[in-house]
Design a protein around this ligand. Structure first.
Ligand SMILES: [Zn+2]
Length: 333
């Protein structure tokens, strides 16, 4: 188990954690691939953390039991510290109040179920839950480059695409917890479909799975390419990097879709920043300036001097940190 500490944005800021009797929370992040647990303080510093595979196909009850065992292991590791609450960040769709999932594509079989009651009973602690992208946006306003921002969007570019929105200092959840589905904004009418079936949405055009699908169809076009039918998004980015024309075309189409989506989000929400995270960001590195240029071209004229679009500085931990924030909020900040 590793102890990970974050460098505060302002190293001279008073550390609440120096106060005696400081409380901690258990922060949990649940994705389609892995479940993570960390004991986190108010400053976003983690005393201990651990990760196990989610294995969603074994069902929510099984996942809850394995998660509970991991939580106890991590608590044992840190010894005698006071844990105030449990905060959960999860892939959705999910009702943030009840924790009940609604046909979550990456957690198949979890529909209609919640792990909140079992965890609350087992630990005797308040359990609060939020959508991972929403909590990542919240964490960016507290720990990221835009600390203190009241209007911010977190866009995650990964196997799927989603967004978390903070507006006027509050997370935007929508009437049923479904806000932030930026992946289904139409960016190329009539274009490729996402898994949900909308044609030409951002996820259908530019997600990791969309890029991999485009690569699998590419050799049929007759152009010479080093791409194989089973190439994933990382392989497409790598091939484009060394000049593969087909890969460059796929990456170009993804950039066009992402720029269109970003321009729409800027127009709709006027955020201080759109912070971009997720597994595709590393692959986009070489095209980052091109993406910003194209976004500026598409966006409203007032963005002519540049668009407030940045890559996250919180790595994979943004949603985990967001889970700690709602947990502290549950026990009175
Ligand atoms: Zn869609």
């Amino acid at each position: 188990m590793t102890v990970v500490r974050y460098i505060p944005t302002d190293p001279f800021a008073p550390r609440l954690t120096d106060a005696p009797g400081e409380r901690y929370v258990l922060a949990i992040d649940i994705g389609g691939t892995g479940m993570r647990v960390a004991v986190v303080d108010r400053g976003g510093w983690s005393l201990a953390r651990a990760r196990i595979p989610t294995q969603p196909q074994w069902g929510l009850i099984d996942a809850t039991a394995r998660l509970e065992a991991l939580m106890r292991e991590v608590m044992f590791e840190v010894g005698e510290v006071e844990i105030g609450a449990i905060g959960i960040s999860t892939a959705g769709p999910v009702d943030p109040t009840t924790g009940i999932y609604r046909h979550p594509p990456n957690l198949p079989g979890w529909h209609g179920l919640s792990m909140i009651p079992a965890l609350a009973a087992s630990f005797g602690l308040p359990v609060v839950l939020g959508h991972d992208a929403t909590l990542a946006a919240l964490a960016e306003t507290r720990f990221g480059t835009h600390r203190g921002a009241r209007d911010l969007v977190y866009l995650t570019l990964s196997t799927g695409i989603g967004a978390g929105i903070v507006a006027g200092g509050r997370p935007v959840t929508g009437s049923t917890g479904g806000a932030g589905e930026a992946g289904h904004l139409i960016v190329q009418p009539g274009g490729p479909s996402c898994g949900a079936g909308c044609r030409g949405c951002l996820e259908g055009v530019a997600s990791g799975s969309a890029i991999a699908r485009a690569a699998s169809e590419a050799p049929a076009g007759g152009l010479e390419t080093s791409l194989t039918a089973d190439a994933d998004a990382a392989a497409v980015f790598a091939a484009a990097e060394v000049g593969d024309a087909v890969a460059r075309e796929i990456v170009g189409a993804a950039i066009e879709g992402i720029a269109t989506g970003l321009a729409g989000l800027l127009a709709l929400l006027d955020p201080e920043a759109i912070v971009v995270g997720g597994g595709l960001v590393a692959g986009l590195d070489s095209w980052w300036d091109a993406l910003l240029d194209r976004t500026r071209e598409i966006a409203l004229p007032r963005y002519g001097d540049g668009v407030p679009v940045e890559r996250t500085t919180l790595g994979d931990d943004a949603s985990l940190l967001g889970a700690s924030l709602i947990a502290f909020e549950a026990v009175g900040g």
